[in-house]
Design a protein around this ligand. Structure first.
Ligand SMILES: [Zn+2]
Length: 82
């Protein structure tokens, strides 16, 4: 009697263990959170040499070593006194 209960308990554990990996694949707990963190991670920010605006480096308009927020500010040149 006890042996039969143990057998069913082992079979139940086995079934649970076999089904568990499928659930992990269906709903990865860290996948979305990790990608969200990657998206939320801020990229390098730089200051416009003309107006001082803080903006992402990927949007920078370059003029030698100086960075500007837009082509108009690049044409205007660096801020006076800076
Ligand atoms: Zn600017």
């Amino acid at each position: 009697m006890v042996g039969r209960v143990l057998l069913w308990a082992i079979l139940g554990l086995l079934a649970w263990w076999l089904l568990r990996p499928n659930r992990k694949v269906a709903a990865p707990p860290r996948g979305p959170a990790a990608s969200a963190a990657t998206v939320a991670a801020p990229e390098a920010m730089v200051d416009c040499a003309a107006c001082g605006l803080h903006f992402p480096a990927s949007e920078a308009v370059r003029d030698g070593a100086r960075l500007y927020c837009c082509a108009a500010h690049r044409d205007a040149g660096p801020r006076r006194g800076a």
